[in-house]
Design a protein around this ligand. Sequence first.
Ligand SMILES: Nc1ncnc2c1ncn2[C@@H]1O[C@H](COP(=O)(O)OP(=O)(O)O)[C@@H](O)[C@H]1O
Ligand SMILES: [Mg+2]
Length: 262
Amino acid sequence: MSKLSIRNVEKTFPGRNSTAPTRALVPTSLEVADNDFITILGPSGCGKSTLLRIVAGLETPTAGEVLLEGKAVSGPGPDRGMVFQSYTLFPWLTVRDNVCFGLRERGLPRAEQLAIADRFLAQVGLKGFENHHPAQLSGGMQQRTALARALANDPKMLLLDEPFGALDHQTRELMQELLLGIWEADRKTVMFVTHDIDEAIFMASRVVVMSARPGRIKCDIPIELPHPRSYKVKTTPEFAAYKERLTEEIRVETIKAVTMER
Ligand SMILES: Nc1ncnc2c1ncn2[C@@H]1O[C@H](COP(=O)(O)OP(=O)(O)O)[C@@H](O)[C@H]1O
Ligand SMILES: [Mg+2]
């Protein structure tokens, strides 16, 4: 049985006033196995976030269904840990209390909350920053806090929507290594949305390419680079071969997306 089944999911956003409805996704199906690290790659506006938000239960599909461990998804839940591009920490809470948030909601004893929060904060390299507030942190550190918060709830899946998109290039590469290292240690099931080809290949066990709007899955490519992966893999001929293929796939879709907009 798959960890996650996306079955014939469609999404059309209704138009407002005189504008036409937007067909964001045509029937889309995808099976994600336990421990898979899937990256969803596609040009801007192709429906990546819509698909991820449907899996998160933040958006209702127009048709089709999503099953997590065989159970229909009908809304958001702590079994799916989310990290978005924009910083979503509570500014009035310390780093530690941000990470404790879901644990407190679940009614865990305070001592247990703190032990779990500090363990995950150490894992993302934020030991010593537990009592800081988000405004005192760099963008990369805020996203590491968001990642620790998502992991602390021990979700069945991690859902990430361009989580490193607002970071500078160097920080972004370090964050990719951090997330990949966590996955290599714990083998969480991950669905990661990006429009960055290098990012998609580097972390993934499968890259799923989406077509220009209306989105559908265009191809699904297993990435057979060995683990543990370091940044050095990016300069190998194997990596270059994946990059060449995906660059071609994405280029075609980006041209389609741009000409549709005109
Ligand atoms: N809430 C919404 N209402 C209307 N249209 C939307 C809404 N959310 C997304 N869309 C449209 O659906 C399409 C896909 O959007 P999105 O999933 O955000 O793409 P991506 O994440 O790949 O850039 C776009 O044309 C976008 O304008
Ligand atoms: Mg998006």
